[in-house]
Design a protein around this ligand. Structure first.
Ligand code: ADP
Length: 402
């Protein structure tokens, strides 16, 4: 059976420094009508993948810049489909990583918004300029539809000052906008709202912890639909142990490595963001490989997993304390949705806090919202797949009032 033709679609664009991910989304039905990625922009040979009508088209062509990349994407829509002109594209939704203290929700992009995204670049030097490039290129190529920016930080603008403030010199913090902004907000918001729908309970009544465990990983505490804590800070480096990021670390490690190991600030930045986390400890950052190594008796892999789980458990305990009462604990993203070992092991020992996982309900990869705690458990433990593209598409539709 073919799906009914959507009455409107949103083109969602996630423009990175050397890649453009895109998805044509039916915001009402929630389906991805088409999706794809352009990678290795600026390298000798770029890679393009377009998925539509159940088929995947791959091309290796030079993609010198984002404008060429997006033109190739639009060409693929023309050549392979679906035809954009016939897809009722009502908006283009752009993921923007850093909205700083300026944006607490999605906005229609105009020259002032572009300037503000640019001004926030010092807080996200790898991301905001790339996001802005994507916006400008897309606006030039699709001038007749409204473009909406959806910020990764917006959901965390409700963080109380006690949670958002770093205990450093207040003047320095203010002058350089040093505070905790969080990240992955679109996912935490989407998942915490889905939880209320799935449980058929008012969002306002629920105290939730959401664990977004992908390659990047973050936790949030959500009270009545509002975020009150999150693990990422000024940048996505703070918090949980991640695939390649250290998460929390004594800041003095940076001074030590700089002064005594002679490492430059850029080298330490690279170390903590790309050569740390699970990968830093055992050399691998994919959890499937990690479990194989652990099963084969690899001690470094076992340590990496222990460090990862220990940090997660600390955050669950901390956020339980922040919330006072915990109703729901939800796992999402690549590891959270697929890794039953992590879900089971992280909750082991938390039974006195009311957190229990039923091993049978928990088994395997979970692709639809599923309760994995036993009936009647004090805390409902869930797996809820995230869908950031759909969340961006729906927010874009809300902004334009379509
Ligand atoms: P990103 O942060 O890149 O968006 P994802 O949310 O897609 O990441 O998660 C990617 C990670 O999910 C992979 O690095 C891998 O560790 C993990 N993962 C994916 N599939 C599985 C699986 N079947 N079992 C365990 N882990 C998985």
């Amino acid at each position: 059976m073919t799906a009914p033709h959507p009455t409107s679609t949103v083109l969602v664009i996630n423009s990175g420094s050397s890649s453009i991910k895109y998805q044509l989304v039916d915001p009402a039905g929630g389906e991805a009508v088409a999706s794809g990625i352009v990678e290795r922009i600026g390298e000798e040979l770029g890679a393009v993948k377009h998925v539509a009508h159940g088929t995947t088209t791959k091309r290796e062509v030079p993609v010198p810049d984002h404008a060429v990349g997006l033109r190739i994407v639009l060409g693929l829509f023309d050549e392979i489909g679906p035809d954009l002109a016939g897809s009722h594209v009502v908006a283009v939704g752009h993921r923007v990583v850093q909205g700083g203290a300026l944006f607490d929700g999605p906005v229609l992009i105009d020259p002032q918004v572009e300037k503000q995204i640019e001004d926030l670049s010092p807080l996200a030097p790898l991301h905001n300029p790339a996001n802005l490039t994507g916006i400008r290129v897309a606006q030039a190529l699709l001038p007749d539809v409204p473009h909406v920016a959806v910020f990764d930080t917006a959901f965390f603008r409700t963080l109380p000052d006690a949670a958002a403030t770093y205990a450093i010199d207040a003047d320095v913090a203010a002058e350089h906008q040093v505070r905790r902004y969080g990240a992955h907000g679109t996912s935490h918001q989407f998942v915490s709202r889905r939880v209320a729908e799935v449980l058929d309970r008012p969002l306002a009544d629920l105290n939730q912890i959401v664990l977004h465990l992908g390659n990047g990983a973050s936790a949030s505490a959500v009270r009545g639909g509002e975020a009150v804590e999150t693990s990422m800070g000024l940048t996505p480096l703070e918090g949980l142990v991640m695939g390649t990021r250290s998460g929390d670390i004594d800041p003095a490690v940076v001074f030590h490595l700089h002064r005594n190991a002679g490492m430059s600030i850029d080298a330490i930045d690279d170390l903590l963001n790309r050569r740390s986390g699970i990968k830093g400890i055992c050399g691998e950052n994919d959890f499937r490989t990690l479990h194989d190594l652990v099963a084969a008796g690899d001690e470094k892999a076992a340590l990496a997993l222990d460090v990862y789980l220990h940090r997660l458990r600390k955050y669950i305990g901390a956020y339980h304390a922040v919330l006072g009462r915990l109703d729901v604990l939800t796992f999402t993203a690549g590891v959270g949705e697929n890794d039953d070992i992590v879900r089971l092991r992280v909750c082991q020992g938390l039974e006195p806090m009311g957190i229990v996982v039923d091993p049978v309900r928990n088994e395997g990869r979970i692709g639809v919202p599923t309760v994995i705690s036993p009936d009647g458990a004090p805390v409902t433990v869930l797996v809820v797949p995230t869908n950031e593209e759909l969340a961006i598409a729906r927010q874009a539709v809300d902004v334009i009032g379509a």
